[in-house]
Design a protein around this ligand. Structure first.
Ligand SMILES: CC(=O)N[C@H]1[C@@H](OP(=O)(O)OP(=O)(O)OC[C@H]2O[C@@H](n3ccc(=O)[nH]c3=O)[C@H](O)[C@@H]2O)O[C@H](CO)[C@@H](O)[C@@H]1O
Ligand SMILES: C=C(OP(=O)(O)O)C(=O)O
Length: 419
C-alpha cells in the first residue's frame, strides 16, 4: 500500500495549479445519464473517485472515454442497466447521486444503500423523501434502494429538513426531467451545487435560484449533451493556502476561484496572512510570521466549510494563542486529532469542539487517517514537523487530491510517495 513521507520543509514558495473540483465533477459526471446526446466534461481531476464514477457509468452500459487533458466523454445511447452495485458504492458515497438521474430518465434505479463512513452516519433520508414527494415508489431491500416511477417524476414543493449538498444535487437532477415545476426550499448553496445547475442549464434544463436557498426547476422533456468545464477545487486551494500559512511561506494558486473561498480567506487573514487575488488566482503571504490562532465553526456555505476543518486544526496547532474549532456538520470528523497529538500537538476534544493550544513545533511520526481531509491535514503537519512523518493509507488522499506530492514538491515541500 502506498505511503507518503514528508520531511521538514522550509517556507512553501511558488505557484501551484489548482485542479477541477472533485465535489463538482462527481455530480456532473452522474448528470451525464440525463443527456441524450454526447456529453463532454472538461477540467476533470484525475482522482480515484472520478475513476469510480466512470466505472459506475460504464457498469450501467454508458460509453465513457477518459480523454487527454482532463476530459471525459459520456454517451448514454447503450445505457441499459439501472443498478449501482455495492462494490462501487462502498468505495464512494457520492454514487448515491446516480439515483435521481436514473429515476428521472429511465423510471427505475437500484442503488446500494451507502453505509456510514469514518466521518459520520451520513443517512440519505432527504434524498429519498424528496424523490418520494416527486412520485417515486421507494423500498429498501437487501441493502439496496429500489426506486421506481410510472411514467415521469412529477414536480413537487420540497422543504428540506436539513441543508444537504448531495440531496439538493440529486433532486435538482431529478427535477430537471420531471413533469412540471419543482421548488426546493432550504436548498444547499454550495458553489458545487451552482456548478451542477449551470451544467444542467447548458444541457437545456430550466433552473432558477441555484446558489440561494430556494431553487425552482421547470422540468423539460429531454436534455442534450454539451461541453462543460468543471469549476476549480476550492478545498484543494484552501489546503495549499493553509500549508503555505503554517510554513510561513508565500504561494500563488492559479486556475483557482477566489469567489468560492471567502470564509476561508477571511480566516487566513485573521491568522495574519496577506491575501491578494484576481479573477482566477489567489496569493497568500505570511511575511515569514507565525500564524495567529483563529476560532472556527463549520456550517453550510457561505459559512466555513467542514472540508477545511482538519487543515485549520493544524494551523491552530502551530499558531500563537489558543483557539476552538467546532464541527457542526459531521458527528465524527476529528480523527486527525489523536494523530496530531501523537505529533506533539496540544489539543483536546470536548464534544464537537476541539480546543487547541498553539505550540512552536510538532514532531514527525508515523500517522494515518481514515478520511480524506484528515489525511491532508497530516501531510501539512508533516511539512513543519521536526524529522520525518509517514502518512499511511493514502488511498483516502488519492480520492480527492490530484498529484499531491508533485504539487507540494513544486512549492518546495519534501513530500515523496513510497509504493
Ligand atoms: C461528494 C460531495 O460533494 N461531498 C461533500 C458533500 O457531502 P454530502 O452531500 O454527503 O453531505 P450533506 O450536505 O448531504 O451532509 C450534511 C449533513 O446532513 C446529513 N444528512 C444528509 C443527507 C440526508 O439525507 N440526511 C442527513 O441527515 C449528513 O449526515 C450531514 O450531517 O457535502 C459535505 C458538506 O459540505 C462535504 O463535507 C462533502 O465533501
Ligand atoms: C467528505 C468528503 O467527500 P465525500 O463526500 O466524497 O466523502 C470530502 O471531500 O472532504
Amino acid at each position: 500500500m502506498d505511503k507518503l513521507t514528508i520531511q521538514t520543509s522550509g517556507a512553501l514558495q511558488g505557484q501551484v495549479v489548482i485542479s477541477g473540483a472533485k465535489n463538482a465533477a462527481l455530480p456532473i459526471l452522474m448528470a451525464g445519464v440525463l443527456a441524450e446526446t454526447d456529453f463532454i466534461v472538461s477540467n476533470v481531476p484525475n482522482l480515484r473517485d472520478v475513476k469510480t464514477s466512470c466505472q459506475l457509468l460504464r457498469c450501467l452500459g454508458a460509453e465513457v472515454s477518459e480523454l487527454e487533458d482532463g476530459k471525459v466523454s459520456i454517451s448514454t445511447q447503450k445505457l441499459d442497466q439501472y443498478c449501482a452495485p455495492y462494490d462501487l458504492v462502498k468505495t464512494m458515497r457520492a454514487s448515491i447521486l446516480i439515483l435521481g438521474p436514473l429515476l428521472a430518465r429511465y423510471g427505475q434505479a437500484d442503488v446500494s444503500l451507502p453505509g456510514g463512513c469514518a466521518i459520520g452516519a451520513r443517512p440519505v433520508n432527504l434524498h429519498l423523501h424528496g424523490l418520494e414527494a416527486m412520485g417515486a415508489q421507494i423500498e429498501v431491500q437487501e441493502g439496496y434502494i429500489k426506486a421506481r416511477v410510472d411514467g415521469r417524476l412529477k414536480g413537487a414543493h420540497i422543504f428540506m429538513d436539513m441543508i444537504s449538498v448531495g440531496a439538493t444535487e440529486n433532486l435538482l437532477m431529478a427535477a430537471a426531467l420531471a413533469d412540471g415545476e419543482t421548488i426546493i426550499e432550504n436548498a444547499a448553496r454550495e458553489p458545487e451545487v451552482v456548478d451542477l445547475a449551470n451544467c444542467l442549464i447548458a444541457m437545456g434544463a430550466k433552473i432558477e435560484g441555484a446558489g440561494t436557498d430556494t431553487v425552482r426547476i421547470q422540468g423539460v422533456e429531454s436534455l442534450q449533451g454539451c461541453e462543460y468545464r468543471v469549476m476549480p477545487d476550492r478545498i484543494e486551494t484552501g489546503s495549499f493556502l493553509v500549508a503555505a500559512a503554517v510554513t510561513r511561506g508565500r504561494i500563488r494558486c492559479v486556475s483557482a476561484d477566489p469567489g468560492s473561498l471567502e470564509s476561508v480567506l477571511a480566516k487566513l487573514e485573521d491568522a495574519g496572512a496577506s491575501i491578494s487575488s484576481g479573477d482566477d488566482w489567489i496569493e497568500l503571504d505570511m511575511h515569514g510570521n507565525r500564524p495567529q490562532a483563529v476560532n472556527i465553526k463549520t456550517v453550510p456555505y457561505p459559512g466555513f466549510p467542514t472540508d477545511m476543518q482538519a487543515q485549520f486544526c493544524v494551523l491552530n496547532a502551530l499558531a500563537e494563542g489558543t483557539a476552538t474549532i467546532t464541527e457542526t456538520i459531521f458527528e465524527n470528523r476529528f480523527m486527525h486529532v489523536p494523530e496530531l497529538i501523537r505529533m506533539g500537538a496540544s489539543m483536546e476534544l470536548e464534544g464537537n469542539t476541539c480546543i487547541i493550544h498553539g505550540i512552536e513545533k510538532l514532531n514527525g511520526a508515523q500517522v494515518m487517517a481514515t478520511d480524506l481531509r484528515a489525511s491532508a491535514s497530516l501531510v501539512i503537519a508533516g511539512l513543519v514537523a521536526e524529522g520525518v512523518t509517514t502518512v499511511d493509507r493514502i488511498y483516502h488522499l488519492d480520492r480527492g487530491y490530484e498529484h499531491i506530492e508533485e504539487k507540494f514538491q513544486g512549492l518546495g515541500g519534501e513530500v515523496t510517495r513510497i509504493s
